[in-house]
Design a protein around this ligand. Sequence first.
Ligand code: ATP
Ligand code: MG
Length: 247
Amino acid sequence: MTDEVEIPEDHPRYQSLLTRHRIEEGVEKGITSKQGLIAEGRGESFDYLLGEETLPSADAAERAAAAQLLLAEHAVLSVNGNVAALVPGETVALAEATGADIEVNLFGRTEERMRAIADHLREHGATNVKGLAADARIPGLEHERGKVDEDGIYDADVVLVPLEDGDRAEALGEMGKTEIVIDLNPLSRSPRTAAIPIIDNIIRAVPNVTEHARDLADASRDELEAIVADFDREAVLDDAERAIRDV
Ligand code: ATP
Ligand code: MG
């Protein structure tokens, strides 16, 4: 066990240290996998190159994501081990602000980890956590990796899949779902297949989507549809790539 670490808030890399600490705790609690630990390292390197802040283009994607979630007939927020460790309460707040369901969906599915994540989300205020029934499949993925809930991701028209693997993002897209992907790597296949790619750290992205959703709570369908229609996914991917190359 690691000791409780006190991270001084004025440390120049406070957020990065906090993130590492949360992921480390996630591994200790059986929420995050060792693969997830490696994925975090990949994410951090991109965040460093992006200046560890939300680009204006990412903020536009976060606003479009909020509009898309509010327009959805049935939106689902997909949660894996990294998401659960990094933004459990923030994910619950986003679900509440948009009326979305929360579903645990793991690349390396084990029943223990599914349960640990569901419990962790409930500790952070989630009342209904899906993913444990696993009574439907995403076509085109092998058995374990394709398991989803029939009344959850399988039924959804809009899915938020943060830190998702490229294959699964593609398979969900082929099912006709509108995908919102949060991923710090603009070259990764997952954001490249998304209708709305958010190139930002999940730690900043999820609360910001929630803030936009609250701001848009009284907007008309026409206004929401206009935000989604005006959103330019290529511009978001290009802008992040340019920000990285121009470091
Ligand atoms: P592929 O190109 O097939 O998508 P990958 O290298 O992206 O492979 P995955 O394990 O599929 O690997 O995806 C993990 C993704 O999550 C990486 O692209 C990484 O940049 C991103 N990531 C990790 N931590 C964060 C974070 N805190 N916020 C946002 N994105 C993150
Ligand atoms: Mg990826």
